[in-house]
Design a binder for this molecule. Structure first.
Ligand SMILES: Nc1nc2c(c(=O)[nH]1)N[C@H]1C(S)=C(S)[C@@H](COP(=O)(O)O)O[C@H]1N2
Ligand SMILES: [Mo]
Length: 194
């Protein structure tokens, strides 16, 4: 980590982004139809104990609430978005994550995937969210559950999340295979390519 000069304020808006008050909707395909009665969430892969939770079990887990800025690769940024849901650390305890689990593949409805290092799931501000700005997620923003990954372009934050697969090796997700940057740091403008 770089040591910053005293009094140096890093810019809050990443390079090439503009600020919007609205919350645009972006995704490939259509908004899935979800039934809570049949919905479940699964943690699989490099775990000692694979876990599948239904909606009641998931929403009975302890919650966290975080406020953070979100940055879309299509150049809009929104400051102070509030999300409430479950921190990865809570799930990690349930599944007995193996030491070689270095990467996470988020699995969403309709086969959508996104990949992040497990370290990103452990970052402060990362969560599996079912509320945004004090309300349940709307269908187009990922109801009933979405991933929220801080410090990366928002495409990593899979909507309509159904599972997290832990893996020893990295695997590009939907947008990454399409040409988006694997690391996706908005402050480094890692938009496209590796
Ligand atoms: N399941 C799913 N999640 C997704 C996407 C998608 O296509 N499918 N697109 C991503 C992209 S490109 C962005 S910018 C954000 C947009 O989230 P929002 O519509 O809530 O603003 O969702 C991400 N999550
Ligand atoms: Mo995006």
């Amino acid at each position: 980590m770089k040591v910053r000069e005293a009094g140096y304020e890093p810019a809050r808006l990443p390079p090439g982004q503009y600020l919007t008050e609205k919350w645009p909707v972006l995704h490939a395909g259509s908004v899935p139809q979800t039934e809570l009665a049949t919905w479940d969430f699964r943690v699989s892969g490099e775990v000692g104990n694979e876990v599948t939770l239904d909606w009641k079990q998931f929403t009975d887990l302890p919650t966290v609430e975080v406020t953070q800025d979100i940055h879309c690769v299509t150049r809009w940024s929104r400051f102070d978005a509030t999300f409430k849901g479950v921190a990865w650390s809570t799930l990690e305890e349930l599944v007995a994550q193996k030491p070689n689990a270095r990467f996470a593949i988020a699995h969403a409805e309709q086969g959508f995937t996104s990949n992040v290092p497990v370290a990103s799931l452990r970052e402060e501000g990362a969560l599996l969210a079912y509320e945004a700005d004090g309300e349940p997620l709307t269908a187009e923003h990922g109801w009933p559950l979405r991933l929220v990954i801080p410090g990366k372009y928002f495409w990593k934050s899979a909507k309509w999340l159904r599972g997290i697969e832990l893996s020893a090796t990295d695997r590009p997700g939907f947008w990454e295979r399409y040409g988006y940057h694997n690391d996706a740091d908005p402050f480094k403008e890692q938009r496209y390519g590796f």
